[in-house]
Design a protein around this ligand. Structure first.
Ligand code: DOR
Ligand code: ZN
Length: 344
């Protein structure tokens, strides 16, 4: 049986929620990753240091014995956040970034930023104090398939000019345009890439019937963009790293006339990435993408432990119990080739 041993990987973009969704999702993630960067789009969002600390404690309290996991926190930027909050976050050992959600761009973003100019003083403070800006890079108008490129053209280009030393991550990139833009900028701009955007394209969402469990934001794009992302993730370029964007929504919330955006990949996130890299014969490039580039970008030590995958075909469950609700995982019921040795 073929095996692949990696330095323990990290997930640099993860939604855990609260309550029953948190109880399971944090343990699924902890079986796959050592650390994760936790997104702050709760209801209400995480906008203060105290809220981030309290949420971190709830996450740690939800871990079952034996799951060793280090949640790193983000703050949710708003029009009214103060520079003092940014200064405190930058000095906090477990808060390593702040997230820009353009208002109404995605799930729980209503309290996000209504005009980028409103947060220029915060961005100035982030640049000065070395706090990373994580970006949901979509505009909120125009064709949904073009919103990432429109954000790059209308907003990100300007941000890179106005804040040349601000460390930024363009999250969950989905297009060749994003790959090209990130490559063209200096080392202060990096990008995370999800498993769904590496493995699928928009036909999976729309051809032969609407598949709500493939609906996420940014939405899946054309296959040529999927190929561009595979190429970037496996290129060895340290600007590209793993961020699953795993986001649990209950079955009811997804299978609805107005289904929520988000796919749950945490149950098998690393295994999805292995599948994607194997599909282009690039498994030798997985470790750098999954275990080195993100830690290096955030100036954190690489993990000491190791994770082993085995080549052993298995099938994803159709549904996952989450307390009194249920979540359909990404690619439910589909076969996967690589499996965590701990699972096998
Ligand atoms: O599909 C998504 N789901 N995209 C996001 O930006 C947010 C996430 C969520 O929180 O459910
Ligand atoms: Zn996200």
């Amino acid at each position: 049986m073929k095996t692949l041993t990696l330095t323990q990987p990290d997930d640099w973009h993860l939604h855990l929620r609260d309550g029953a969704l948190l109880s399971r999702s944090v343990n699924d993630s902890a079986r796959q990753f050592k650390r994760a960067l936790i997104m702050p789009n709760l209801c209400p969002p995480i906008t203060t240091i105290a809220a981030a600390e309290a949420y971190r404690q709830r996450i740690l309290a939800a871990l079952v014995p034996g799951n060793d996991f280090d949640p790193l926190m983000t703050l949710y930027l708003t029009d009214t956040m103060t520079v003092e909050t940014i200064q405190q976050a930058a000095a906090h050992p477990q808060i390593i970034a702040a997230k820009l959600y353009p208002a109404h761009a995605t799930t729980n973003s209503a309290a996000g930023v209504s005009d980028i100019k409103h947060i220029y003083p915060l961005l100035e403070a982030m640049q000065t104090h070395g706090l990373t800006l994580c970006i949901h890079g979509e505009v909120t108008h125009g064709d949904i398939f073009d919103r990432e490129k429109a954000f790059i053209d209308s907003t990100l280009t300007r941000l890179c000019q106005d804040f040349p030393r601000l460390r930024m991550v363009l999250e969950h990139i989905t297009t060749q345009d994003a790959v090209d833009f990130v490559c063209a900028q200096g080392p202060q701009l990096a990008a995370s890439i999800t498993p769904q955007h590496l493995l699928f394209h928009r036909n999976q969402l729309l051809a032969g019937g609407i598949k709500p469990h493939f609906y996420c934001l940014p939405v899946l794009k054309r296959q040529c963009h999927q190929h561009a992302l595979l190429k970037a993730a496996s290129s060895g370029n340290a600007k590209f790293f793993l961020g699953s964007d795993s986001a649990p929504h209950s079955l009811d919330a997804k299978q609805s006339a107005c289904g929520c955006a988000g796919t749950y990949s945490a149950y098998s996130a690393l295994e999805f990435y292995a599948q994607a890299f194997a599909s282009i014969d690039a498994l030798d490039k997985l470790e750098a993408f999954a275990s080195f580039h993100g830690a290096d970008f955030y100036r954190l030590p690489r993990n000491q432990g190791q994770t082993t995958l085995v080549e052993k075909p298995w099938q994803l469950p159709e549904i996952l119990p989450f307390g009194d609700t249920e979540v359909v995982p990404l690619a439910a019921g589909e076969p996967l080739t690589w499996q965590l040795a701990a699972k096998a």
